[in-house]
Ligand binder design. Structure first.
Ligand SMILES: [Zn+2]
Length: 400
């Protein structure tokens, strides 16, 4: 029943578009409509569901399909309900209208990131249920809040709860990224995220004099060090076949200080967004930065607003039976895939932190990457192909 505009629409596509029309957009999201929608899906699948609250107004919805051998570790299919803000006047169609154009492109915030995936999980399960298939392993489908703002009241805290422990998760699937060519990418790890700032304090005074020990001189030293580091990583990326997730990214994002052009200020603060490549030793790197601060002069202080710790990537070897099942299924479907470290952050890192293997994957190929961009869209045929891919993948995982 793959449809163009004048045919009957596949019910998975209709569900997808309905979910897209719920404006679960930051800031201050009201998740109640999402919860209502998901619980209705659970009911239509005749599966039990639970809603947990790690904080008021921050629901985590879990739909559970208990396997024949519930004592086996389960499969977790995770997606987030929230989406990032939009600039509505930059969109061709209203961003929460889920407009489908003549090519079958469905436009909406969340079309790629990642409401498509949440629905594809559910629709794959709908197919199994209709075919009366049964699996050994229990499957949990989780819908979490606030991934786009760090998951502080979502997966980040949920993984620490007894409720999560009770799910007995053995393996998790979560979001990846679309690819513009024919292949797919499987993300098996994430870099370590550091958001840090360095306060440079020095001699204040009149803008006409050449004072020693000024905040500006220290700021310059620090910026040089970070920018040299950045240059090295850029060069490494350029002169190799490494991907953006394989090197460290360093970006200067904010500079604060000063009040008037003829006043030398007592203080400058510079902020950096740093994502450490997985092979970087965090302790050593922190000491290097502290050394730079020392060299810059007295009154130069390093502080972190986010200080991630190294999380071991998921092992992609024959000992990881889930990985073997995934890989074999990709070969069987004759789909090309690359293995990569995710350049940004997702909820999978919190799952991997517990030692649970997790793979980030979005079954979207030959599609421009519009995550967080204007005119985010997904073609309905790509969506339905993705559903078929999940149908095969989840089955092979649940049979491990
Ligand atoms: Zn996402």
């Amino acid at each position: 029943m793959i449809s163009s505009n004048n045919c009957i629409e596949h019910e998975a596509v209709t569900n997808f578009r309905e979910y897209l029309r719920i404006p679960s957009v930051h800031p201050n999201i009201d998740y109640s409509k999402c919860v209502e929608f998901i619980l209705r899906q659970a009911q239509s699948l005749s599966l039990p569901s639970n809603v947990y609250y790690m904080a008021p107004g921050k629901p985590i919805v879990i739909i559970t399909w208990t396997g024949q051998k519930p004592e086996l570790p389960s499969i977790l299919l995770n997606s987030h309900m929230d989406v990032v803000p939009v600039y509505p006047d930059k969109w061709t169609y209203k961003p929460f209208s889920a407009h489908k154009d003549i090519n079958g492109d469905i436009y909406a915030r969340g079309a790629q990131d990642m409401k498509c995936i949440g629905i594809q999980y559910l629709e794959a399960i709908r197919k199994y249920r209709r075919e009366k298939l049964v699996f050994n392993r229990t499957i949990h489908v989780s819908f979490v809040p606030d991934e786009e703002i760090g998951g502080f009241f979502g997966m980040r805290i949920f993984v620490k709860s007894p409720e999560f422990l009770a799910l007995n998760v053995g393996f998790a699937l979560d979001e990846g990224m679309p690819s513009t060519d024919n292949s797919f990418t499987l993300f098996y790890g994430e870099r370590t995220c550091w958001h840090l700032f360095i306060k440079c304090m020095g001699t204040p005074g009149h803008g006409s004099l050449l004072h020693d020990n000024t905040a500006g001189e220290k700021l310059r030293y620090i910026i040089d060090k970070f920018m040299d580091w950045r240059d090295c990583e850029k060069l490494r990326l350029k002169n190799s076949d490494l991907g953006p997730g394989d090197v460290t990214s360093v970006n200067l994002t904010i500079i604060e200080g000063g009040c008037q052009i003829n006043v030398v200020p007592p203080e400058f603060t510079v902020y950096f967004d740093v994502r450490l490549a997985v092979e970087v030793n965090c302790d050593i790197m922190e000491n290097v930065i502290k050394q730079w601060c020392k060299e810059a002069g007295e009154g130069v202080i390093l502080e972190f607003t986010e200080k991630g710790c190294h999380v071991e990537p998921t092992k992609l070897n024959d000992e990881n039976l889930y990985w073997v099942a995934l890989k074999n299924q990709f070969d069987k479907m004759n789909l090309k895939f690359k293995k990569s470290i995710f350049p940004g952050s997702t909820d999978s890192i919190f799952i991997r932190e517990l030692g649970i293997p997790a793979i980030g994957f979005s079954p979207i190929n030959n599609t421009p990457i519009r995550l967080h961009d204007h005119n985010e869209f997904l073609n309905e045929v790509t969506f339905l192909k993705g559903l078929d891919i999940y149908y095969n993948l989840i089955k092979s995982l649940a049979l491990v």
